[in-house]
Design a protein around this ligand. Sequence first.
Ligand SMILES: Nc1ncnc2c1ncn2[C@@H]1O[C@H](COP(=O)(O)OP(=O)(O)OP(=O)(O)O)[C@@H](O)[C@H]1O
Length: 226
Amino acid sequence: MQHVLHLKDASIFQGDSLVLSDVNVEINKGDFVYLIGKTGSGKSSFMKTLYGDLQLTKGEGSIVDFDLRNLKEKDIPFLRRKLGVVFQDFKLLTDRTVNENLLFVLKATGWKDKKEMNTRVEEVLDKVDMKTKGFKFPHELSGGEQQRVAIARALLNNPELILADEPTGNLDPQTSVEVMEVLRDINKNGNTILMATHDYALLLKYPSKTLKCDDNQIFEVVQRKA
Ligand SMILES: Nc1ncnc2c1ncn2[C@@H]1O[C@H](COP(=O)(O)OP(=O)(O)OP(=O)(O)O)[C@@H](O)[C@H]1O
């Protein structure tokens, strides 16, 4: 099995306070993994550590071949290129269209050929069923459509791992299911996904490997079939 993420005896701190300790987590290529836990239990801190927003200061950690203990400021853009990150609040640029949002990311990550860039934008929009809406501004889209665009953006550079932090947190139940279907399709096509969520309804509907943050620890939850 090929690891895309491996943490061994890791501790995660916010300043001086310990958020998670003895973290031992492995995610393999092709997995779909949920991360659950109460507010304040450390899900976001865990995610931030993985995309280089929070330094790992204790234990071992590697993600898509980057060593989290020895991650330098200059490595972070390269790490982010191998990850696709999706947030609760979409984080689209409001002053430009969907196409321009995606082209902006391609440009920032070193793409040069205009034709190739346009083709890639079409491809990722197609994957989230938003191909006909590239000319729209974010405010002209529903929340679910904006999140699908954010997922398309995360896919642009063929990430080895997608980190989704509460991707359905701002969406109604029906729209959450639609966004979840998109994430599952992407997973079926080979993308590895780690998704932090509060949404137990989604977990029940789409059971998958689940990690839980509780009491400063992360452990795997064994799901029982009803
Ligand atoms: N920037 C920060 N500086 C100091 N402490 C922080 C910071 N961010 C979070 N914390 C603390 O770290 C702990 C874990 O918070 P974290 O945001 O990781 O939890 P969470 O499980 O993601 O919660 P939520 O579901 O509300 O996002 C909390 O006690 C929180 O107060």
